[in-house]
Design a protein around this ligand. Structure first.
Ligand SMILES: Nc1nc2c(ncn2[C@@H]2O[C@H](COP(=O)(O)OP(=O)(O)OP(=O)(O)O)[C@@H](O)[C@H]2O)c(=O)[nH]1
Ligand SMILES: [Mg+2]
Ligand SMILES: [Zn+2]
Length: 349
C-alpha cells in the first residue's frame, strides 16, 4: 500500500517536514465507526481509537483527514497524535442545541451533490448544498440520479443550471448506465470525490457501480414519498480500481449551514449588490422610496422566489452569527473567570 494512492501530496508532505514528526508516521482516515477509526498507512490499514476529546473541537477528526500516528507498543497499539491542516473541508452546523461545527468530509477535491430525479427533487435543498460546497473549497458538481425514472430530465437539469451557474450538472442512471462515462472523468489517482445528499438518492449505488462490485449496502426508498431509509450509517473512503478516491456518506436529514460567506457570494452575489443600490442603506425593501430590490422585482429582473429564498437564508445566517457570538462571549467569560481564579489563588501564596 502506498499513501500517494490515498492522496498524499506536497501540501501534506510540506507540513509533515515542517513539524516535529520524529517517531510518527502519516495515515489517512478512511472510515469512521464512532469510537473507532480506520486508517490507511504505508504499511496497510489500521483501526485505532478516536483520541479523547479533552478540549472541545481541538482535534475534530473526519473521514478524509490526514493524521500523524505513533505506534506505542503491541499492547497499547497506535495513537493519533495530531491532525494535519486540511486542504478543504465540507462542514455543517452540528445538530443539537450547542453551536458547533461538524466536519462532514475533509480534504476533498470534488463534491458530488447528489439528488434524485424522482419525487424527492428539491431545488431549495440543492441550493443549500451548493452554498456549503462553495464554502468548502472543493469544486461542486451536481449529480442527478435515477434518470431512468424521470420524463423531464432536461427541464430539471435546466432548473439546476439556472440556480447554479458555472456548475456542471450530470443526469445519470446506475440502472441503464446513462451519464456514467461523464462521471468517471472526475476521478484521477490521488484525487478525492465525496458523495453528499439526502438518504435514498443512490449514493451507495453509485459508489458500488464505480467500484464494480456490491461493496456497500443499499436499500429501496419509501414508496409513498421516495424518501430513503438511512441505509448507510458511517462515512467511508474507497479506493477505486482505476485509481482515485470516493467517499460515501450517510444521507443527511438536513443541512444546517455553518459558514456561508463565499457560498452566498457565489450564489447570491448579484442580489447582495442590488441591496446596496437602495437609496437608504437600512432599506427594508418594502415601500421605501428608491428601493432597488422592489424596482428589480417589478421589472422582473429579480425572481420573487429567489429573493424570498435569499431573505430566508439571510435570516438563518444572522441567527447563526448571533449564536456564534454568544458562544464566543460565553467562552471569554469562562476564560476570564478561570484566569481571575488563578490570579486569586496565586496571590494566596
Ligand atoms: N431506478 C433507479 N434506482 C436507483 C438508481 N440508483 C439507486 N437506485 C435505488 O435507490 C435506492 C436507494 O439507493 P441507495 O444507494 O441505498 O441510496 P443512498 O443515497 O446510499 O441512501 P442512504 O445510504 O440512506 O443515504 C435503492 O433501491 C437503489 O436501487 C438508479 O439510477 N435508478
Ligand atoms: Mg448509502
Ligand atoms: Zn431596498
Amino acid at each position: 500500500m502506498n499513501i500517494i494512492a490515498y492522496g498524499w501530496n506536497k501540501f501534506f508532505e510540506n507540513q509533515w517536514n515542517e513539524m516535529n514528526t520524529e517517531g510518527l508516521f502519516p495515515g489517512r482516515v478512511i472510515a469512521d465507526y464512532g469510537q473507532l477509526l480506520r486508517i490507511a498507512t504505508n504499511s496497510g490499514e489500521l483501526v485505532v481509537n478516536r483520541p479523547l476529546q479533552k478540549h472541545e473541537d481541538k482535534m475534530q477528526i473526519a473521514v478524509g483527514d490526514w493524521v500523524a500516528l505513533e505506534f506505542v507498543n503491541e499492547i497499547e497499539g497506535t495513537f493519533i497524535r495530531f491532525v494535519l491542516k486540511r486542504n478543504t473541508k465540507f462542514s455543517r452546523a452540528a445538530s443539537g442545541i450547542e453551536v458547533k461545527e461538524q466536519i462532514v468530509a475533509a480534504n476533498i477535491d470534488t463534491v458530488f451533490l447528489v439528488q434524485s430525479l424522482n419525487n424527492d427533487f428539491n431545488m431549495k435543498r440543492l441550493e443549500r448544498y451548493l452554498i456549503a460546497a462553495w464554502e468548502s473549497g472543493a469544486v461542486p458538481v451536481v449529480v442527478l440520479t435515477k434518470a431512468d425514472c424521470c420524463y423531464d430530465i432536461f427541464d430539471k437539469a435546466a432548473i439546476v443550471n439556472n440556480t447554479a451557474p458555472g456548475v456542471e450538472v450530470h443526469p445519470i442512471s446506475c440502472l441503464t448506465g446513462e451519464g456514467m462515462e461523464e462521471i468517471r472523468k472526475y476521478f484521477a489517482p490521488g484525487k478525492t470525490v465525496a458523495l453528499l445528499g439526502s438518504s435514498g438518492v443512490g449514493k451507495s449505488t453509485l459508489a458500488n457501480t464505480l467500484m464494480g462490485q456490491e461493496l456497500l449496502k443499499t436499500q429501496g426508498v419509501r414508496e409513498y414519498d421516495d424518501k430513503g431509509r438511512h441505509t448507510t450509517t458511517h462515512r467511508e473512503l474507497l479506493l477505486l480500481p482505476e485509481g482515485g478516491l470516493l467517499m460515501d456518506t450517510p444521507g443527511m436529514r438536513s443541512l444546517s449551514l455553518w459558514e456561508a460567506d463565499t457560498g452566498m457570494d457565489v450564489l447570491f452575489g448579484d442580489v447582495e449588490e442590488l441591496t446596496k443600490l437602495c437609496r437608504f442603506h437600512d432599506c427594508g425593501h418594502g415601500n421605501e422610496p428608491g428601493c432597488a430590490v422592489r424596482e428589480a422585482l417589478e421589472a422582473g429582473t429579480l425572481d420573487m422566489k429567489r429573493w424570498q429564498r435569499w431573505l430566508k437564508l439571510q435570516k438563518e445566517l444572522s441567527h447563526l452569527e448571533a449564536k456564534k457570538e454568544n458562544k464566543l462571549r460565553y467562552n471569554e467569560r469562562q476564560w476570564g473567570r478561570q484566569n481571575s481564579k488563578l490570579i486569586r489563588q496565586s496571590k494566596k501564596y
